[in-house]
Design a protein. Sequence first.
Length: 623
Amino acid sequence: MRKIFFFFILACCSQAAAAQTETVKAYPTHWWAGMKWNKLQIMLHSENDRNLWADKSVVSISYPGVKLVKVNRPENRKYIFLDLEISPAARPGKMNINFDFIPANERFSVIYELKARKAGNGTQYAMGVTSSDLMYLIMPDRFSNGDESNDKVAGMRDQSLRRDTVYMRHGGDLKGVENKLDYLSSLGVTAIWLNPVIENDMPDRTEHGYAFTDHYKVDRRLGGDAAYHSLVTAAHKKGIKIIQDAVYNHVGSQHITVLDPPMKDWLHNWDNFTQTSYKDQVLFDPYASNREKKIMSDGWFVRPMPDLNHNNSFVANFLIQHALWTVQEFGIDGWRIDTYAYNDLEFMNRCNAALEADFPKITMFGETWVHGVINQSYFCQNVYNTPFKSNLQAVTDFQALWGITDAMTKDFGWNDGVNKLYTTMAQDFVYTDPMRNVIFLDNHDLSRFYSVIGEDIVKYKSSIDWLMTNRGIPQLYYGNEILMTGLTNPNDGYVRKGFQGGWKEDSINKFTATGRSEKENDVWNYMARIANFRKTSSALKTGSMMQFTPDDGGVYPYFRYDATQTILVVLNTAKEKKKVNVKRLEERTKGFTKMRNIHTGAIIPVEDFEMEGKTSVVMELLK
């Protein structure tokens, strides 16, 4: 008997939803004509126990410009991997992938689509972020609820919805983010980094998004594919870029390739559960044991997140193609890469190179939660002569964070206090381009910086000035501007509280000036003023940096400058009032007669001036 099964792979949400009832799923769900990644590997999976290959079965494709190079038959017969070569002459259209089971005289077909690439690569999407941008990190579930109809989705494992606890979903979504684009723009934001939006159909703690269960679905509780398309389009119209969170290291335990593995070595399997050591040093330690390297790289991050085997070429292709697919499908501008040091680093180089080949302006920066400039710089482009050389453009600069934290919380000393920050910046020579590093005060995994510094407004303003004027790409975490508090002890959920005003039942709306307290408005305006000044400041966006050694108990001056503008920044990290010795800064102040405080507008002569303890100034030098 001849049976024909059709699997339609279309872009729009309603058709994609209908496709879920079909019996064979393809990964990637579709591809594009004209991609540089033209050697496509399609993973097909049967969802109804149908075998996709037999000892006597044939797969065939007949489509102009598409060649079926190889049929890969894994151990699990419910999967098959097809290697296709797509010529530059191939045109958009739909092709039949035919399966013939000879002894049974049975045939079925899967329809696969090649789409036309959208115009504007590098000009309208995949533009990357630079030091001219200000990023704003959002955990969508905790920011704003724009569509209550998706708060709970029937059939999904996590049905929690309680805003009175940090352990459950709150209902925020992508429509909620889209609704607040004008708010973000007024703050000075030019790019949004979203915590993962990919479906996380796990039993609990799904608000963070880091345990993928289906790479080719945007989480329906966030609004699904349609809401993501809408957000990206709306953001781009307002000049705001979108950065997506990539997770290559692991998946959720409910992912189809975990529940029904294509092959035995899809994951890093151990006789007994083995967690990573979190000791990144073994990856570059010339004396490290091979076993300890393996535990670091192949150990699981946590038990509910199985570790993917990047040395399996099918796994590698699955992940790389998903990254390419996402950029082309949704038009995002770059990637923040989760748990970068725990991935196979050679795999990461291949993935990064593939993305840059098809999207030359795209940005990729890796999470490097490590301690030490050497440790951190090892994972990105650097000057080291080591056996492994990373091609990653940039990292999340935890070392700069540790530096500003010490400057704000510890007394001045030879290696302590603000000297920790100065010394960290002095080691920038190890990076190929430190201007691409992402600098920040906190994020979704860290205690809120305002809490770390004892809720001291004066210190907080100094930290904001540092963030907005230092080299690199500054990143805010949602709520920084309204003094949100929280410590990771006892649980990181406490740094992921909801943004008041993001839900219609909220009695207070901190998205508006009238809903904020006097203190919150003071900080909001302070941050917006320097962020919007930065938008038009060539020196702060792309200028060079010159720093002077901290002296007099903690006075730390540095300059950002170019041919048209010079900015002086001074942090007085001492507890008491200090006089700034401008004479020692004349290498950069020479030729200028006045300085304008960018916060107050006050203009003073270029001469010694006093600063209160724990304060900062940002001055534009004038002729």
